[in-house]
Design a binder for this molecule. Sequence first.
Ligand code: SF4
Length: 116
Amino acid sequence: MHHRIKEFPCTQCGLCCQNVNLAVETSSLDRGDGTCKHYRDTDKSCTIYTDRPDICRVDRQYDLHYADKFSWDEFIDLNLKVCDILLHESETPYLNKDKPGETTLLPDRNLSKPDR
Ligand code: SF4
């Protein structure tokens, strides 16, 4: 396990869980409409979160397959690009945690901040 000073900045938008049909690694989770069979729509949660498969664990995927190819920060950036594509395509308003009551289409992720 590699030491990391920051966590993956997941906004819990739920879009990765709603598009499992888009990747061969997750397509077996598809309940039939592209959404994972373990996803709960009402609160955007994973019903098997503590036992979710390795493919759903970004830190585990990094350790298993990408640690020799990318730094943790580079891996975060690559994954966030996919998050942003899903957000753009869904046009789902994202609740801005820093500005209660405001929504934007994309989370304001300032990756240059050293504390993230
Ligand atoms: S198992 Fe859980 S974390 Fe993984 S795609 Fe399904 S709902 Fe999302």
